[in-house]
Design a protein around this ligand. Structure first.
Ligand code: ZN
Length: 305
């Protein structure tokens, strides 16, 4: 263990700190899944050093995973003797204990920690690419924070419509238009990964089912917390409601300001982009359509953002 740390440029004080914490093997170190905060607690504040240890831990983890995968594959081959005459796995393959069913949550947690660590390293690289000194005080925690922020802003990837709606669909003989307007959304454009933000207005005419009103905002929120283009975001919200409620019609309008247009490129800070997706009676009946647009323009018209 000591030599492993020394080989990776960890100074004697760092080695002592690791030992004092009871890390007597590389496995125990990997198992502890040290993050930035833990390393700092151990007194390993220097950026280069932290990076070295995190890299080494990452490589160890990858190697351990490769070993596990190989053992699993060999185990499967051993369990199926008819399988293509594989030149037998090592003795460990036969001894590989049966899978006890790792709890999915723990696995997900481990994957999330690994993803965050990888993204943190990438953020360091990006800062370096900008010519910044990643070790200066103000930036020490920035790679971690930026990686975490990006994950938060794209948390919608980890959600599904079913999860978000959570069964809040009710049978109701209501056939009048339902509108929720001025739902705030914050998203990232997939071309520049820069924010676009604004308002969503959603209307639908039920057939025999209604949805909890807050769920409309949650659906909009879920789709906006992914890398997006505004057109697709608009359509996805409409499609989701169409599928969940099978209503007589759905209308979704999104008005948004794009930072990639305001801060760079054509530099037009005042512009807003409006997109719409209309289904069913909103397409076929111009009165329904007119009613919807006049209602969403009632307050938000013009100064929508
Ligand atoms: Zn863009």
């Amino acid at each position: 263990m000591e030599s492993w740390l020394v080989e990776r440029g960890v100074p004697q004080s760092g080695v002592a700190a690791f030992s004092a914490q009871g890390f007597d093997s590389v496995e125990s170190l990997v198992k502890a899944r040290l993050g930035e905060a833990d390393l700092r607690e151990l007194g390993l504040e220097q950026m280069r050093l932290r990076k070295t240890v995190l890299h080494a831990l990452g490589r160890e983890r990858d190697a351990a995973k490769a070993r596990r995968d190989a053992a699993k594959a060999e185990g499967a081959a051993a369990a199926a003797p008819a399988a293509l005459g594989g030149s037998g796995g090592g003795p460990e393959a036969a001894l590989c204990p049966p899978c006890k069913g790792t709890p999915a949550a723990a696995q997900l947690e481990e994957e999330a920690a690994e993803r965050l660590a990888t993204m943190t390293e990438c953020m360091e690289t990006i800062l370096g690419g900008l010519g910044e000194d990643v070790a200066r005080e103000g930036l020490v925690k920035t790679p971690h924070r930026a990686a975490q922020a990006l994950l938060d802003l794209t948390a919608g990837y980890g959600q599904s419509v079913e999860e978000v709606v959570g069964g809040a669909v009710f049978d109701e003989e209501h056939e009048e238009m339902v509108i929720v307007r001025d739902i705030d959304i914050f998203s990232l454009c997939e071309h520049h990964m820069l924010p676009f933000y604004g308002k969503v207005h959603i209307g639908y005419v039920p057939q025999s089912k209604v949805i909890g009103l807050s769920k409309l905002a949650r659906i909009a929120n879920m789709y906006s917390r992914r890398l997006q283009v505004q057109e697709r975001l608009t359509k996805q919200i409409a499609t989701a409601l169409d599928e969940i409620l099978a209503p007589q019609g759905v209308a979704v309008v999104v008005e948004a300001a794009h930072m990639c247009m305001a801060m760079r490129g054509v530099c037009k800070p005042g512009s807003s982009t409006v997109t719409s997706s209309l289904r069913g009676c909103f397409l076929s009946d111009h009165r329904t359509r007119k009613e919807f647009f006049s209602m969403i323009q009632g307050r938000s018209g013009g100064g929508g953002l």
